[in-house]
Design a binder for this molecule. Structure first.
Ligand code: HC1
Length: 568
C-alpha cells in the first residue's frame, strides 16, 4: 500500500494506482476529458493537471503514478487557471454549433465548459477545417468537432481490435482519421459504433434517420410498423433521467403508439424464432455433419468483422438472419398477406441499440420479401430524440402491450440483449430438440456476465456440447484464432460485436460504461425471470406461425425468408 496526501487528506492506495485513482478514493473530483475507466489512460487532454510537491511542472493525474509520501494539490488558483486556459484553447478550435449539435445537452465538452465556468472564448483565430465523413449508413464523422482525446482510437484498437482510426499530422493540423483520410466505408470498419459511445462531443455520431421516420409517419398512404430490439427497453429510460437498467417496455410501446405507428411488434418474437431455427441448424449439423463450430450470426458488426478478417470462417456462420431481418421479412410477407396490406405500403422501422443494424438493413441480401425487408433503422438515442421532439412525457405514460401476433415473446428472446443470451436461449431449445425433455436448470450461469470469453459444457444424452461466447471484437478475434489453431473444439459459439452484447451497443444511451452495462444486464435477466414462458420453442405465436405459414423449422419457406449466406 502507498500513503499519500491529496488536498491535505491522507489516502492509501494499491501500488500501481495513479493520482486520479487516489483522488477518487478520497472523494476529490478532478476534471478529465480524455480519460475513461474502461480505456487505457493517455493523458492527452491535460485537464486533470495537478501540482505535485517537488515536481517542476504540473502533472496529468490520470497517468502519473501515486508514490509513497507524495503531496498533491488539485485545486489551487494556479491549477484552476491552467485548466481553464487548456479548455479555452480547445474551445478556440471548436465550431461552437452547440444548439444544432446531436450532442447538445449530452456533450462532455459543453459540461466541462459549464463546470469550469467558461464565460468567454478568449482565443480566436484560424480554425482547422476538415471534411465530414458521411460515407457509411451508420456512422457520421465530423473531425471539426473532434477534440483529439483519442478515446475512439483506443476503443477501436484496444477493445475492438481493429484500429481503423489513428492520429495523423502534427500540431494544429492533427486529425483523427482512417488512413489517407479515406471514408469509413472504404475501411474494414464493423460500424459497431463503440467509437460513438465514447466520443465526448459530436465528432462521432450515428447517422440521424429520424426525419425519414417522421416523413413516413405523416404519409397517409403508409402503414408504418415498428419493431423494438431486446436491449432498447432497458436503456431508453436513461435518456429521460431514469436509473440505468430501468425497464420501460410498456411506456416505450405506449410512446410509439402515440407517435402514430400503425403496429408495434417485438424483435424478441423473432429472437425466439431465430432460436428455433438456429437450434434446429445446430442439431442438423451435429447429427448429419456440417461445419463446426456453428457460429451465431445475429450481430451485424460481428458479421462484417468476420467478412473482413475471417472469411475462411464464413461457412461456420449460422445461415439464420438476425431477428431484426427475420421480422422485416415476415411483416412484408406473412403479416401483409394475413392483413391484406400491400407490402409496398408498409414501412418497417427498427428501433435498435446498434448502429451496425443500419448497415445490415441495407445489405443486398436483405430483400427476401421482394422489398427491402427493413426500411429504416433508428437507435435508442434517436428514438429518445423523437419522443422529446414530439413532446411526449414517456415517464407519465401508462404501459401498453405489443401488438399481436408478432409481439409475443418468451424470456429466452429477452436475454438476446446480453452477451451469452443467444447461447443460453439456444441451449435451452437444443436440449429439448435433442432429448425430447426440457432442460431442468434453464439458467446457464457460465455464459452470463462480463468476462471476455466464456465457456460452458452441457451434457446432453451422454454427449457433451462444448460452447463458447465472446463479446467485443478483440475477444472475438482471440476466440477465432484459438478455433483456427484447433486449440479448442467447440460445437457452438456466440459472438456479439459490442462489449456486454447489445445492451452495450453503439446506439445506446450515452453514457454507457461497464457499471451501466451491468445494470442493464440485470434488467434483462429480470425480464426473463418474470416471464411465464422462458423457452423459445414454447412461444405460442411462433408455433402458430409454423403451423399457419412456415411449415416446420428449416423448411423451404424458412430458408427463403429467414436464412441467408454471407459471401463477402
Ligand atoms: Fe441485438 Fe438481436 S440481440 S443483435 O443485440 O439478435 O441490435 O437488443 O435486436 O436482430 O433480437 C441488437 C439487441 C437485436 C437482432 C435480437
Amino acid at each position: 500500500m502507498l500513503n499519500l496526501t491529496i488536498d491535505n487528506i491522507n489516502v492509501h492506495v494499491e501500488e500501481g494506482a495513479t493520482i486520479l485513482d487516489a483522488a477518487k478514493k478520497a472523494g476529490i473530483y478532478i476534471p478529465t476529458l480524455c480519460y475513461r475507466e474502461d480505456l487505457k489512460p493517455m493523458g492527452v487532454c491535460r485537464l486533470c493537471v495537478v501540482e505535485v510537491k517537488g515536481a517542476k511542472n504540473l502533472q496529468a493525474a490520470c497517468v502519473t503514478p501515486a508514490s509513497e509520501g507524495m503531496i498533491v494539490k488539485t485545486n489551487s488558483p494556479f491549477i484552476r487557471k491552467a485548466r481553464k486556459t487548456i479548455l479555452e484553447l480547445i474551445l478556440s478550435n471548436h465550431p461552437m454549433e452547440c444548439p444544432a449539435c446531436i450532442r447538445n445537452g449530452n456533450c462532455e465538452l459543453q459540461e466541462m465548459a459549464y463546470r469550469l465556468n467558461i464565460t468567454d472564448i478568449k482565443y480566436s483565430g484560424e480554425k482547422s477545417i476538415f471534411n465530414k465523413d458521411e460515407t457509411t449508413p451508420a456512422i457520421v464523422r465530423d473531425p471539426n468537432k473532434c477534440i483529439l482525446c483519442r478515446r475512439c482510437v483506443n476503443v477501436c484498437g484496444e477493445i475492438q481490435g481493429i484500429g481503423i482510426i489513428e492520429p495523423h499530422h502534427r500540431g494544429f493540423n492533427t486529425s483523427i482519421d482512417p488512413p489517407f483520410n479515406q471514408g469509413l466505408s472504404k475501411m474494414p470498419c464493423a460500424q459497431c459504433g463503440q467509437c460513438v459511445l465514447v466520443c465526448p462531443t459530436g465528432a462521432l455520431t450515428e447517422r440521424d434517420d429520424t426525419d425519414k421516420v417522421f416523413d413516413a409517419l405523416s404519409d397517409p398512404q403508409k402503414f408504418v410498423i415498428a419493431q423494438t430490439a431486446p436491449a432498447v427497453r432497458v436503456a431508453l429510460g436513461e435518456a429521460f433521467g431514469m436509473e440505468p437498467g430501468s425497464i420501460v417496455t410498456g411506456q416505450m410501446v405506449a410512446a410509439l403508439r402515440k407517435m402514430g405507428f400503425y403496429k408495434i411488434f417485438d424483435t424478441n418474437f423473432t429472437a425466439d424464432l431465430t432460436i428455433v431455427e438456429e437450434a434446429s441448424e445446430l442439431v442438423e449439423r451435429l447429427e448429419q455433419g456440417g461445419k463446426m463450430p456453428l457460429i451465431t450470426s445475429c450481430s451485424p458488426g460481428w458479421i462484417k468483422f468476420c467478412e473482413h478478417f475471417y472469411p475462411e470462417l464464413l461457412d461456420n456462420l449460422s445461415t439464420c438472419k438476425s431477428p431484426q431481418q427475420m421480422m422485416g421479412a415476415l411483416i412484408k410477407t406473412y403479416y401483409a398477406a394475413k392483413n391484406r396490406i400491400p407490402p409496398q405500403k408498409i414501412v418497417v422501422v427498427s428501433i435498435m441499440p446498434c448502429t451496425a443494424k443500419k448497415f445490415e438493413a441495407q445489405r443486398g441480401e436483405m430483400v427476401s420479401s421482394g422489398y427491402q425487408d427493413v426500411d429504416i433503422v433508428i437507435t435508442t438515442r434517436e428514438l429518445a430524440r423523437m419522443i422529446r421532439e414530439m413532446n411526449i412525457d414517456i415517464l407519465k405514460l401508462k404501459p401498453e402491450d405489443y401488438d399481436f401476433p408478432l409481439g409475443i415473446s418468451t424470456g429466452a428472446g429477452a436475454i438476446f440483449g446480453a452477451t451469452g443470451g443467444v447461447m443460453e436461449a439456444a441451449l435451452r431449445t437444443a436440449y429439448y430438440f435433442l432429448t425430447g425433455e426440457e432442460l431442468k436448470h434453464i439458467e446457464i450461469h457460465p455464459v452470463r456476465g462480463m468476462e471476455g470469453i466464456k465457456e460452458v459444457e452441457l451434457e446432453i444424452k451422454n454427449f457433451k456440447i462444448k460452447a463458447a461466447v465472446a463479446h467485443g471484437l478483440k475477444n472475438a478475434k482471440e476466440l477465432m484464432e484459438r478455433i483456427k489453431k484447433t486449440e479448442v473444439q467447440y460445437h457452438f459459439v456466440e459472438v456479439m460485436a459490442c462489449p456486454g452484447g447489445c445492451l452495450g451497443g453503439g446506439g445506446q444511451v450515452i453514457p454507457t460504461n461497464d457499471s451501466i452495462r451491468l445494470k442493464r444486464m440485470k434488467a434483462i435477466y429480470d425480464i426473463d425471470e418474470g416471464k411465464n414462458i422462458r423457452r423459445s420453442h414454447e412461444n405460442p405465436a411462433v408455433l402458430e406461425l409454423y403451423r399457419e405459414y412456415l411449415g416446420r423449422p428449416l423448411s423451404e419457406r424458412c430458408y427463403q425468408l429467414l436464412h441467408t449466406d454471407y459471401m463477402q
